[in-house]
Design a protein around this ligand. Structure first.
Ligand SMILES: [Zn+2]
Ligand SMILES: [Zn+2]
Length: 189
């Protein structure tokens, strides 16, 4: 009987977390811990790089998520996936703001803590964990989901973000497991 390996080998680093500018280090650690517990991915935080001034959009007084992602993609990482973390407000041409943005099925993503702060720090960090895991799943090539109570809901408000759980619906969980195995090996059954 073939043996199943539930998560990828533990030695390998799967995700580089890259702080751009000054970023709350506890938030970085908590995102890393949740990538491990929810997805079984080992995440290392790289030393912070400079502020993403290159992505500033003066007319919007925000930062371009796609420019930050391009920069992160160009960085030499040690892992298959690279996720930038910023404290500035990020946006896309069509959305007033985003909590995070990913290359669907690609290598690079960015998450922003800017709109996640709450008087209760545990809520702030739970929000950051949800966004980090959500964007990592986009890197696996999985899009948004309409099932109730699924982390892959395309939340655009903190109220919605607080309401969804840090887990997936059955269909997304199946797809996440399958694609993790495909992306990182694991033994075939
Ligand atoms: Zn999304
Ligand atoms: Zn789902």
């Amino acid at each position: 009987m073939a043996r199943k390996r539930p998560s990828p080998p533990s030695e390998e680093c799967h995700v580089n977390l890259i702080p751009l500018g000054t970023v709350d280090s506890l938030a970085v650690s908590i995102v890393a811990a949740n990538l491990q517990t929810v997805l079984g991915l080992n995440a290392d935080a790289l030393p912070p790089v400079g502020n993403p001034d290159f992505a500033f959009l003066p007319l919007r007084n925000q930062y371009s998520a796609s420019k930050i992602i391009k920069m992160i993609e160009s960085m030499n990482g040690t892992a298959k996936f690279k996720i930038g973390i910023v404290q500035c407000d990020i946006c896309t041409p069509i959305l007033k703001f985003v909590f995070g943005e990913s290359q669907l099925g690609g290598q690079a993503a960015v998450i922003s803590l800017h709109r996640l702060w709450h008087g209760d720090p545990s809520r702030t960090y739970l929000r950051a964990a949800k966004i980090g895991v959500h964007e990592a799943v986009h890197l696996l090539g999985i899009g948004h989901c309409r099932a109730p109570d699924c982390l892959m809901d395309g939340s655009l408000s903190t109220e919605k973000l607080d309401a969804i759980p840090l887990r997936f619906c059955r269909a997304c969980q199946y797809e996440v497991s399958r694609r993790l195995k495909h992306a990182f090996g694991g033994e075939e059954t």
